[in-house]
Design a protein around this ligand. Structure first.
Ligand SMILES: C[S@@+](CC[C@H](N)C(=O)[O-])C[C@H]1O[C@@H](n2cnc3c(N)ncnc32)[C@H](O)[C@@H]1O
Length: 219
């Protein structure tokens, strides 16, 4: 079983409220703008949870494949978007995506990377499923020292250094790699109440070489 799966199975019904207290829709809007998403294209939402990214993509007329290892998170997502066309759910992890090579125009992973066991492998997988010209956008936490996020929220990694993320993108064969500020902090209070984390969020993007989904240059 994925190490954080039990945690996400337990909090799934509360996740939307928790998420709102951690960060806002501004992160999603920035990620979608940087990717230059276009209606009718196909996007993978990796570590989709209850569908934070998927919702923004569906509203813009994309078809979405939402992937998550937690059955309870997928159930919440399925309930929330029942009857919505263009959404498909799959069980899977970022390190072994249940999708063929070159099958999507965009891949998004919001607040998923710090839960995966092997981040560079996950980024290689995300790059693998992109069609030529496709865009990967990862939004996650900058490196921090808040240990309670590991013990209370089951974070595997205490954020990442931006230059390291950029290197993983390039090693995965992506070009036009940029890692910038997402313009928002992730905030959380420890259960004990005596620690409060405010961690900046980075937005990493890269394109698979070749013609295709594009749209990114128009930004
Ligand atoms: C912090 S939540 C973010 C959910 C959603 N992306 C959002 O922004 O609200 C992390 C999600 O990643 C999923 N997850 C944990 N380990 C994963 C892995 N190895 N691969 C893909 N997803 C994973 C969890 O089940 C959970 O739904």
């Amino acid at each position: 079983m994925n190490p954080s799966q039990g945690y996400f199975d337990r909090v799934a019904a509360r996740w939307d409220r928790m998420r709102e207290s951690f960060f806002s829709e501004a992160v999603r809007e920035r990620a979608l703008a940087v990717a230059g998403v276009r209606p009718g294209r196909v996007a993978a939402d990796i570590g989709a949870g209850t569908g934070f990214m998927a919702e923004g993509l569906l509203l813009r007329g994309l078809r979405v494949i939402a992937i998550d290892p937690s059955a309870a998170m997928r159930d919440q997502l399925a309930r929330k978007f029942a009857g919505t066309e263009g959404l498909e759910l799959r069980e899977g992890t970022a390190e072994a995506l249940p999708l063929p090579d070159a099958s999507v125009d965009y891949a998004f992973a919001n607040m998923c990377l710090h839960h995966v066991e092997h981040p560079p492998r996950a980024i290689r997988e995300m790059a693998r499923i992109l069609r030529p010209g496709g865009v990967l956008v990862v939004t996650d936490l900058d490196e921090h020292r808040f240990e309670f996020l590991r013990t209370e929220h089951h974070d595997r990694w205490l954020g990442f250094r931006r230059e390291e993320v950029a290197r993983w993108f390039r090693e995965a064969g992506l070009v036009d790699v940029r890692v910038e500020c997402a313009g928002e902090d992730c905030c959380a209070r420890a259960c004990s109440g005596d620690a409060y984390a405010r961690v900046s969020i980075f937005l990493a993007s890269g394109r698979k070489p070749g013609p295709g989904a594009g749209g990114r240059d128009a930004i």
